[in-house]
Design a protein around this ligand. Structure first.
Ligand code: XIL
Length: 313
């Protein structure tokens, strides 16, 4: 069976992949994406972000997001909304608007409730990447105007728009123990204490071959012990190019290690890879000289990493 079928048989909700609108004209690519035994969940890589969905204040454009939502619906795949509030891919009318606290509150409420209300019954990354690597809060327009209140404002607006949506906070470098993971745990504790709706924590999982953090499973358990579910939301494991058989073998091991950590924790509900093929990975454009991060190569052939995932599921 495919990865989603295996994940389901072993008690997980889904195995999924990110995708993006420009890729959807690639017929062989879409044939694999559409296989709901392989992928039971889809995340739009870009088309539900703020710049794509509310390019000017109060003007919402769902055309790109709807294409991916409809693809997932057609295939019976879960949809992960990504995302409501993030410092990046944020239109300048928000980041440079110099709004006072009351106005920015209302802007966040309108944005989150409109998105979550439009894509109902889904999983949402309501807040993306709120922390710096040292565990302090990122000094973005939201924090600078509203302190940490922007987080509860966004979560409450999302809950009000759809009581059935699973509401997540999503970040990177929180997959293993450390200052940033501790900060995220403290935030979850505080939100719970304040009765702010929070259902889950997304661990992005953008890793480097041979450099996984230790104790991923223990770290996942630290989150589930707080009463939230966990998902690995953006897994890829990059290497310095060119790829070699040795690097690909280490990558296979690393995929297996990450997947096993999720498998071993009941509250870790699923894993999403940040696109399934090197053909459309974000890595080469973002990390110069690096790539080959996905389980399928650029010709849509399975790499050793695929077997690592199967072994871990
Ligand atoms: C990336 C997309 O994959 C790229 O196409 C885009 O140019 C930049 O953003 N963490 C996230 C994702 O939460 O939204 C990012 O996606 C990758 C890092």
């Amino acid at each position: 069976g495919g990865l989603h079928t295996i994940a389901k048989a072993n008690g997980k909700l889904y195995f999924g992949s990110a995708t993006d609108n420009p890729e959807l004209s690639d017929t062989p690519y879409v044939a694999i994406l559409d296989d709901n035994t392989m992928f039971g969940q889809i995340t739009p890589g870009n088309s539900m972000k703020w710049d794509a969905t509310e390019p000017s204040r109060g003007t919402f454009t769902f055309s790109g997001g709807d294409v991916i939502a409809n693809l997932a619906k057609q295939n019976g795949q879960l949809l992960r909304g990504h995302n409501c509030v993030w410092y990046s891919q944020l239109p300048s009318w928000v980041s440079s608007g110099n709004f006072d606290a009351a106005t920015l509150t209302s802007i966040i409420q309108t944005h989150c409730s409109t998105l979550v209300g439009h894509y109902k019954g889904q999983i949402w990354d309501v807040v993306n990447e709120p922390f710096n690597d040292d565990g302090t809060y990122r000094q973005d327009v939201f924090y600078n105007t509203l302190n940490t209140n922007y987080i509860s404002i966004a979560l409450q607006a999302a809950r009000a728009a759809d009581p059935d949506a699973k509401l997540y906070i999503n970040d990177y470098n929180v997959e293993g123990p450390g200052a940033k993971s501790t900060a995220l745990q403290n935030l979850v504790k505080q939100l719970k204490a304040d009765n702010v709706p929070i259902d889950g924590v997304g661990l992005q999982g953008h890793f480097i071959v041979g450099e996984l953090p230790g104790n991923i499973q223990q770290n996942i358990e630290a989150f589930t012990a707080l009463g939230v579910e966990v998902a690995i939301t953006e897994l890829d494991i990059r290497m310095t190019l060119p790829s070699t058989p040795t690097l690909l073998a280490q990558q296979q091991k690393d995929y297996q290690t990450v997947i096993t950590a999720c498998k071993n924790v009941e509250g870790c509900v699923g894993v999403t890879i940040w696109d399934y093929t090197d053909k459309y990975s974000w890595v080469p454009q973002t990390f110069s000289g690096q790539g080959a991060a996905c389980p399928w190569d650029a010709n849509l052939a399975k790499k050793p990493a695929y077997d690592g995932i199967v072994a871990g599921l």
